[in-house]
Ligand binder design. Structure first.
Ligand code: HEC
Ligand code: HEC
Length: 337
């Protein structure tokens, strides 16, 4: 899809050619779930989406951009914040998850509040403790901005600044955010730089036995909602998936998170309760609590949880660190500046 976008303003004339961006599926990944034909990423659509992602105008006070909470060098999580922290210093109740490989995911947020990446941005924009704005106001602000008038005319055939194109541009940016270049990826694809140490290999075997039924495929999540036995946080009483489904069978179930770049995304879990990977493994080893919705996989041993010795925990952590993708964390295509 190549088309001409042209637009004249005052005495200047632009003629720029948009071009499709190639979306490459890594050979160790499943097929994408995002409908790339309905919203094919293009050079200008992606660039516009990136500009929007880092633009504080998307919030009521003009200061909180998507990138404020989703920082690239921490795999687009909010480093140092247990809970999301947005407009007027208000705090939410959940930890900011990574944004990566969104084109391969089918549900978004910890409880799966939406399955449409295109519609996703409406949630943080209208959330009163995140961006506290309305989509109509955002679109009006963009319409009044000369630069955005040009950007939209280049990125979309109809050139309109409207909700649909606004959301499509943001989705194009997020769809292109693929993380698949860690040491582990190089190992499974037999590429240079993929030599795992003995400890990392031991950790990988332990992970395959004990963790990969939930953190499955090379996305490191099966995309399902499960209760992994965290003691409910009494202050928040976050019921998780039940919030969306209304079913008590879903109480305390949360989306299985991908573990890619997990070394960089502390703190961990939906409420950011653990500061280190060792604390997470101590929890799986000895902190799992029973309830009617606890995942059966965590009730298979004589005791609850997953028994792990200290050296096994260390090996698993060494393996998890091989999922750090420095190419992604430093990729200038996704950087604010
Ligand atoms: C105030 C901090 C904050 C801002 C601003 C923010 N987010 Fe988020 N983001 C979060 C939190 C917290 C969650 C998890 C919400 C939940 O589970 O209820 C999240 C979840 C997500 C997810 C889902 C990830 C997954 O794997 O489920 C995506 C995608 C995302 N945000 C994109 C955006 C975009 C795009 C914007 C700007 C329009 C944005 N965020 C603005 C904090 C923020
Ligand atoms: C029964 C399914 C299941 C098994 C088995 C499982 N996990 Fe999880 N894991 C989850 C779920 C669900 C969450 C999110 C829970 C929440 O936040 O409420 C999670 C969260 C995590 C997190 C936090 C990630 C983040 O971004 O916050 C890490 C790290 C983790 N698991 C590692 C492991 C390791 C290592 C193993 C094996 C020792 C393991 N998990 C076994 C389901 C599972």
């Amino acid at each position: 899809m190549v088309f001409l976008g042209s637009c004249s303003s005052d005495d200047e004339e632009y003629v720029a050619i948009d071009e499709p961006l190639e979306f490459t599926v890594p050979s160790n990944f499943p097929e994408p779930s995002y409908d790339l034909e309905a919203n094919p990423p293009t050079k200008f659509g992606f660039e516009l989406g990136k500009k929007l992602f880092y633009d504080g105008q998307l919030s009521a006070n003009g200061f909180i951009s998507c990138g404020f909470c989703h920082e690239q060098r921490h795999a687009f999580t909010h480093h140092g914040h247990q809970f999301s922290h947005g407009i007027d210093d208000l705090e939410g109740t959940r930890n900011t998850p990574a944004i990566q490989n969104a084109a391969f995911m089918t549900e978004f947020t910890w409880d799966g509040a939406t399955s449409h990446l295109d519609l996703f941005p409406i949630i943080p924009i209208t959330n009163e403790v995140e961006m506290g704005e309305t989509v109509t106001n955002v679109v009006n602000k963009l319409k009044a901005d000369k630069e955005y008038q040009k950007d939209f005319s280049l990125a979309f055939e109809d050139g309109e600044i409207n909700t649909e194109n606004f959301l499509k541009a943001l989705a194009q940016f997020m769809v292109m955010m693929v993380s698949a270049d860690s040491k582990y990826d190089k190992y499974v694809r037999n590429e240079a730089g993929g030599d795992l140490t003995d400890q990392e290999k031991e950790g990988m075997e332990l992970f395959e036995q004990k963790c990969s039924s939930c953190h499955s495929t090379d996305l490191f999540t099966d995309g399902s909602f499960r209760n992994n036995g965290l003691p409910p946080n009494p202050q928040l009483n976050d019921v998780g998936r039940e919030e969306v489904s209304g079913s008590a069978d879903d109480r305390y179930k949360f989306k299985v998170p991908s573990l890619r770049n997990v070394e960089k995304t502390a703190p961990y879990m939906h409420d950011g309760r653990f500061g280190t990977l060792m604390a997470v493994l101590d929890f799986y080893d000895s902190g799992v609590v029973d309830s009617s919705t606890l995942d059966p996989l965590l009730k298979q041993e004589e005791r609850l949880g997953i028994a792990l010795s200290l050296s096994e925990k260390e090996a698993i952590i060494a393996f998890l660190n091989t999922l750090t993708d420095n190419t992604y964390l430093n990729d200038e295509r996704f950087s604010e500046y």
